[in-house]
Design a protein around this ligand. Structure first.
Ligand SMILES: *[C@@H]1O[C@H](CO)[C@@H](O)[C@H](O)[C@H]1NC(C)=O
Length: 352
């Protein structure tokens, strides 16, 4: 069964990618400024607004820190791992916390402006600032001299946009009609964002490609999590190609700016192939063996999603026993183990 799944994944994904070397990250930047969606948000939403506060409540945060932290996962997310790889002791402070401070302090390690649910366009309502509003928050802090030009010049930007625009599009278009024609407008907004970061004085920008959308549990639940949906993955492939093209053109125009593409798609494929060898067999006891599973650890019952309760406070979801054996935490978000696996593929062994 597992072998069959691996084969199916491998077929969908295509040829084995042989030469993927983890990237060496240079010397630690002075600070990290983060923009994007729930794959990067470490707690920017208002914890007291019911439609937004799911990640502030268990079972979110159950692996780490043991209570809801505002992260859409059982524990750490990409921002945490990326910050650790860059040499920071922790992720940058959230904008929610930073905006109350009188002045910037190095101990903040930068600021995280990302909001769960965000996209390049409006997505799920007015409570969710789109990426341009996040950049406006950043710009305001520069104009107020809360952040200095020198600091920005010596810092890294992490920009993570992984599909809310497409989910929102699907909400308004039955059967996702025309979605592939929509992809170029999302990609060109992302290109515009690179330019905005450049104009604000950024010298290093890490931009993520999307994870394969057709592998999200919300899609694969329809086939009992046995395989990814190739037609849903088509938008990912196009999106990733277009943003790579934009980034390459941007890079050529601005050779002094370092644009680092973080290929979540390829890293996902490789972490699923894991220790997949030429006999099409998984190595015994490989960490990844049990993770070759598209089922999420926290699974909503019926139409419910992870963390939902009914009017009587009864849980409308079930949580697996060992989250570390699951790549996905809920129907769209990787678990801490999933993020760790992706980070290892991208950057090599953890630095601690
Ligand atoms: C894959 O996705 C397409 C487009 O959303 C859908 O029409 C199709 O039924 C899905 N296939 C499976 C096997 O779920």
């Amino acid at each position: 069964m597992e072998h069959q799944l691996v084969l199916q994944l491998a077929t969908l994904i295509g040829a084995l990618l042989l030469c993927f070397a983890p990237r060496e990250l240079d010397a630690r930047p002075r600070a990290l400024f983060v923009f994007g969606d729930s794959y990067a948000d470490t707690g920017n939403h208002n914890p007291y607004v019911p439609v937004l506060n799911r990640p502030f409540k268990l079972p979110y945060g159950s692996t780490w820190p043991g209570e809801g932290s505002g992260r859409y996962s059982d524990g750490k997310i990409f921002t945490d791992f990326f910050a650790e790889y860059l040499g920071f002791p922790s992720a940058p402070m959230t904008y929610r916390m930073a905006k109350g401070k009188k002045q910037y302090e190095e101990g903040m390690h930068g600021i995280n402006f990302a909001y769960g649910g965000s996209g390049m366009f409006s997505t799920f309502g007015p409570l969710i600032p789109r990426v341009n509003s996040q950049i406006q928050q950043f710009r305001d802090l520069i104009e107020k001299s809360f952040l200095s030009k020198e600091l920005i010049a010596e810092s890294m930007i992490l920009f993570v946009v992984c599909g809310n625009d497409y989910t929102a599009y699907g909400d308004n278009h039955p059967n996702d009609e025309g979605i592939l024609d929509f992809v170029p407008s999302v990609a060109s907004e992302i290109d515009g964002t690179l330019k905005a970061f450049y104009e604000l004085g950024a010298n290093k920008i890490a931009l993520t490609k999307m994870l394969p959308y057709g592998c999200y549990p919300k899609i694969t639940s329809k086939v009992n999590y046995i395989s990814c949906n190739a037609s849903e993955n088509a938008r990912t492939i196009l999106h990733n190609k277009l943003i790579s093209d934009h980034a390459a053109a941007f890079q050529e125009l601005h050779p002094n700016v370092e644009v680092i593409m973080l290929d979540f798609q390829q890293a996902f494929e490789l972490s699923f192939q894991g220790h997949y060898n030429q006999d099409d067999l998984l190595e015994e006891n490989s960490d990844f063996q049990r993770r070759v599973n598209l089922r999420p650890c926290c699974e909503g019952i019926g139409e419910a999603t992870c963390g939902e309760k009914d009017l009587f406070g009864r849980k409308q979801y079930k949580v697996c026993e060992f989250a570390k054996d699951f790549f996905f935490w809920d129907n769209v978000h990787p678990s801490q183990a999933g993020w760790e696996a992706l980070s290892k593929v991208l950057f090599g062994p953890l630095p601690y």
